[in-house]
Structures are given as structure tokens and as C-alpha cells.
Ligand binder design. Structure first.
Ligand code: PLP
Length: 293
């Protein structure tokens, strides 16, 4: 079985209600050129995407990812995806992920300059091995995101709540974190409220309760955070959303970055100051997140 697999998707209207969309998918050679040089995704990052974790062929949290894809598309004025078509695309590519942990990516781009339609494709590939970071955790630094807590609502054209393809800022923040001797970053607003990491959501433990920054227009609502909350609530823990400061993070009883592919990693230090680590709970969260859900 090839290690990577990709399908081009010919997007259909939301009103299209056929039973079988496989005729709208075309398998492509992942080692050959596939996109036009006029693609807005490649020269403007103008499009939206999702990364879905796949474990032994089972794609997790598919509905939550599809809902967020549709939400991102709406925020970007892209044609609203036909979710049944995308659901079938996820099934088609997940079936081609080798056993173990993999990643399915869904991409919906503005399309080609002067072209008639958006461009869409889905890929499957093996995930990197995150065993060590799930065991050892990450040291984070807090980094200024450059806007205040109300920016998402006040300036929706900033697309802060959309998962757009423009991740250059997120990648630059990770490089800055490494330059400062850390492994990852937590973005903070101008007023010092914590938001999220460049590729993950933040969850804090305070006693028997868990809190995460409220998903206003300024951050992505993480599918993994939602799953972790459902799991914690089932175990009898209190969960909630709050406006949290950088000092709430520094004084938490424990904290994690959670995301679909890397899953839950404990934060071991914030800006150089150690944070308590709950190894047992981290392992339990990852056992849950690795099970089909
Ligand atoms: N926040 C940002 C900016 C992200 O890029 C991601 C994941 O890619 C997340 C949060 C976590 O989202 P999820 O749990 O759906 O992977």
C-alpha cells in the first residue's frame, strides 16, 4: 500500500443529494504535479482546511471537523461544502491510511484565478511518531498575538475563527518559541489573556475543574478539546470556558495542549517556570483520544 494517497474532489452544491459521490473523486498521483500555478491556495493561502486523526483506519471526530470546515468556509465566503460529499471523501481516504496513526487532510481552496470553481482535495498520510512528546510534554513560551480579546468580533475579516491555509504566522511563532529555548507557544492578547497554541487548544486544570479559553471569534474551537471535555465530564469532572490570563496558566495545577494528531501533551514549563505535570491523567487522555470516538 502506498504511504500517501490523494483525491481531487469536484465540489458539488449543498442542495445536491445523490447517495454516492465517488464519481466526484479522482485519485491522483501524489508524486506528480496536481495544482495549477494560478491556485489561490498556493499564492495567497486563500482557502480552508482540516486535519483529522486516523487510528487503525478509523477517522476520529469526523462530524466536528466537517462542521468546522463548513464554518471556516462560511467565514471566508467560500461555497459551503456539501457535507455528505466530504464525509464520503473522508471515508475513501481514511481507508487508505496504513495501520497505526495517520492524518487525513481536507483542503477547500478559493480555486484558480479566473477559474470557475473552488479547488478541493483530500490526502491521507502516516502521522509523525509523537510517543516521546506525549510522554515528556512541552515547554511553552507565551507570545503576543498582537490583538486584543475583542478583535475577532470587531474585525471578522481577520478570519481569526477560521482554519485558513494561512499558517505562516503560526509556523513563525513555533520557530520563535524554539529560538527562546521552548518547544511550543501559547498566544496571548495585548491585555495578557491566553488564547491557544499555534496548532493546538489549551486546557488548564484547577483543582477538580478544567477550563479553556472561551472560543470567541479570536480562536479556533478545537475538536480535541470538545472530545476531552466530553471524556472528563463522563469521569465526573467539572469543565468550563473562561477568560484566562497568562498568570492563570502559570499558576494552574496542570495544563495541556490538545490537537487532533499530536493529541494531549502536558505543559511542563511556562516562560521557563516549571508547571506541575499530571502524568496519569495525560496517559488516560491519550488512551481515550487514541480509541475510536
Ligand atoms: N488551534 C489552532 C490554531 C489549531 O491549528 C488547531 C489544530 O490544528 C487547534 C487549535 C486544535 O484543533 P483540533 O483539536 O480540532 O485539532
Amino acid at each position: 500500500m502506498p504511504q500517501r494517497f490523494a483525491l481531487m474532489i469536484a465540489p458539488v452544491d449543498v442542495a445536491d443529494d445523490r447517495d454516492d459521490y465517488t464519481g466526484t473523486f479522482t485519485e491522483i498521483d501524489v508524486s506528480a504535479p496536481a495544482l495549477s500555478v494560478g491556485e489561490f491556495s498556493s499564492h495567497r493561502g486563500d482557502g480552508v482546511f482540516e486535519s483529522i486523526g486516523v487510528i487503525d483506519g478509523h477517522a476520529n471526530e469526523v462530524e466536528a471537523h466537517l462542521q468546522r470546515l463548513a464554518h471556516s468556509a462560511r467565514l471566508c465566503d467560500l461555497p459551503v461544502p456539501n457535507l455528505e460529499q466530504w464525509r464520503q471523501a473522508v471515508a475513501a481516504v481514511s481507508a487508505r491510511v496504513p495501520r497505526g496513526e495517520g492524518v487525513v487532510k481536507l483542503i477547500l481552496s478559493r480555486g484558480v484565478e479566473h477559474g470557475p470553481a473552488p479547488t478541493a482535495w483530500a490526502t491521507a498520510s502516516p502521522a509523525p511518531d509523537f510517543t516521546a512528546v506525549r510522554r515528556d510534554g512541552v515547554r511553552v513560551v507565551t507570545l503576543d498575538r498582537g490583538y486584543d480579546l475583542g478583535a475577532g468580533e470587531r474585525a471578522p475579516w481577520l478570519l481569526l475563527g477560521a482554519k485558513t491555509l494561512s499558517y505562516a504566522v503560526n509556523m513563525a511563532a513555533l520557530r520563535e518559541a524554539r529560538r527562546r529555548g521552548a518547544d511550543d507557544a501559547v498566544f496571548v492578547t495585548r491585555e495578557g489573556y491566553v488564547l491557544e497554541a499555534p496548532t493546538a487548544s489549551l486546557i488548564l486544570r484547577r483543582g477538580d475543574g478544567f477550563v479553556t479559553p472561551a472560543p470567541s471569534g479570536g480562536i479556533l474551537h478545537g475538536t480535541t478539546q470538545l472530545s476531552v471535555y466530553a471524556h472528563l465530564e463522563q469521569r465526573g469532572f467539572r469543565t468550563g470556558y473562561a477568560t484566562l490570563t497568562a498568570s492563570d496558566l502559570a499558576t494552574a495545577d496542570a495544563a495541556w495542549l490538545v490537537s487532533s494528531i499530536r493529541l494531549a501533551v502536558a505543559i511542563t514549563a511556562v516562560d521557563g517556570a516549571p508547571l506541575p505535570v499530571d502524568r496519569e491523567l495525560t496517559d488516560a487522555l491519550n488512551a481515550f483520544l487514541r480509541s475510536p470516538h
